[in-house]
Write a protein that binds this ligand. Structure first.
Ligand SMILES: [Fe+2]
Length: 426
């Protein structure tokens, strides 16, 4: 199906917001799926998380229905705890660290990152579009001095990009900008007047120099940034909010130097894209169902990606939390996914009415597609899902609504790679 890209983008945003909403308890308490365990660690293990949107100003206060985003502080703690517990050697955070670049939010997050490092989990960050303004680039580098900038093998004078060399790897951590140009104050940054995220010519030159050094020193390279490179929407200037200027030139550089993997975020949606020898992993978004992150196991031969659900309930028990939602987090989320399916079908059914039986079948269909997607099994279960009785009811009910387009796109295009993959070093 050919999909309207802007509509698709709106849907992704709507979806990420709605999936963060966990509703009231309902009659059905759906089973929480078990996620496959990580493979045995045989080499270097890297955790990757994105879009923490850390926000101490948005907290449950009893006046609103709590949503996951209100737990950004606890989920940051739980994520770092879980990554350490899974024996990650370090963690990469690919931008949108805070929900708006206010100094006290960065202070709050860096306090937690410092605790993680003291607990043996080094952290490396790059900025996303939400991380600057009011703070400026130099402030960001100062806040995160211990989380990349003061540990860099080299820093790009023109942006907040830098690279770190460790464990036989070069981590090419790219600043994809996209934040207010008023926040640009690095002395080497060219005057730039752009609303889009971008790489400048000088940043591309710096990146190529780093890739050349890595090649000379026989270092393997992993690249990371906030914005996306490979999805069709990131190379189409007509799409607002997702286009990355010079992104295709950076992707070409990665291919030329045989870098197999680029890690990104921004879309609040797990996805995997592959094009001409380069793989892009859009890392999971911890503030929505199912509160996951990416684990990369690195050996001499290959990189293996496994999605990992944060064990929030074990963290909550161990850290003495008393909030029942945190102590039973996976079930609370699963109930929220069901509630989300109910609310969307009911909303669309106001215009496209269904019988009671059709309604419950449509809800079940919606829920099972979403559940299969997040388990990574949608591609495998596609054929049986489309034979469910709720298939016809759902799409009749969704006629004229964006969710119909989106669900259809998801069913048609999701690949088995979202469940995990192994790619060889080139
Ligand atoms: Fe973003």
């Amino acid at each position: 199906m050919k999909i309207n890209k802007n509509l698709f983008l709106v849907l992704l945003v709507v979806l990420s917001l709605l999936l963060s909403a966990c509703g009231h308890a309902q009659a059905l308490s759906p089973a929480v799926p078990s996620f496959p365990p990580l493979p045995e660690k045989t080499g270097l293990r890297i955790a990757v998380a994105t879009d923490l949107h850390f926000n101490p100003d948005y907290r449950p206060d009893g006046t609103d229905e709590p949503v996951q985003a209100m737990y950004s502080l606890e989920l940051a703690d739980a994520l770092l705890w879980d990554a350490k517990r899974q024996d990650a050697d370090f963690i990469l955070l690919t931008g949108d660290l805070c929900n708006g670049g206010k100094p006290h939010r960065h202070e709050g997050l860096t306090e937690k990152l410092r605790a993680a490092e003291e607990n043996g989990l080094p952290v490396y960050v790059v900025p996303g579009n939400h991380d600057l303004a009011p703070i400026k680039q130099t402030d960001f580098a100062a806040f995160y001095a211990d989380f990349g900038y003061d540990e860099a093998y080299s820093r790009d004078p023109a942006s907040l990009s830098y690279c770190v060399v460790r464990d036989g790897l070069m981590l090419l951590m790219m600043d994809t900008a996209g934040y207010s140009t008023g926040a640009i104050d690095l002395p080497g940054a060219p005057g730039y007047d752009a609303e889009n995220p971008f790489f400048t010519e000088s940043t591309l030159r710096w990146a190529e120099e780093m890739l050349r050094k890595a090649s000379e020193q026989k270092l393997r390279v992993l690249a990371a940034g906030h914005y996306n490179l490979l999805p069709e929407i990131s190379s189409d200037p007509a799409s607002t909010g997702y286009y990355l200027e010079n992104g295709s030139r950076f992707a070409a550089l990665l291919r030329a130097y045989h870098v197999p993997l680029y890690l990104s975020g921004h879309m609040h949606m797990r996805a995997v894209y592959q094009k001409n020898g380069l793989t892009e992993l859009l890392t999971e978004y911890p503030l929505a169902y199912p509160t996951a992150y990416s684990v990369l196991d690195i050996t001499d031969d290959a990189i293996t990606y496994t999605p990992r659900r944060v064990d929030v309930e074990s963290w909550a028990a161990e850290s003495g939390q008393t909030d029942q939602r945190l102590l039973n987090f996976a079930q609370w989320q699963q109930d929220g996914l069901w509630q989300y399916s109910v609310e969307n079908v009911d909303y669309m059914a106001k215009k496209n009415p269904l019988s009671a039986r059709e309604r419950s079948q449509a809800v079940e269909f919606f829920y099972r597609v979403m559940d299969a997607f997040w388990r990574g099994e949608l591609a495998n279960e596609r054929e049986s899902l489309v034979t469910l009785p709720g298939y016809a009811s759902f799409f009749r009910c969704a006629e004229g609504y964006a969710y119909g387009w989106w669900l259809s796109e998801l069913i048609d295009t999701t690949t088995p790679l979202v469940k995990g993959f192994t790619i060889p070093w080139q």
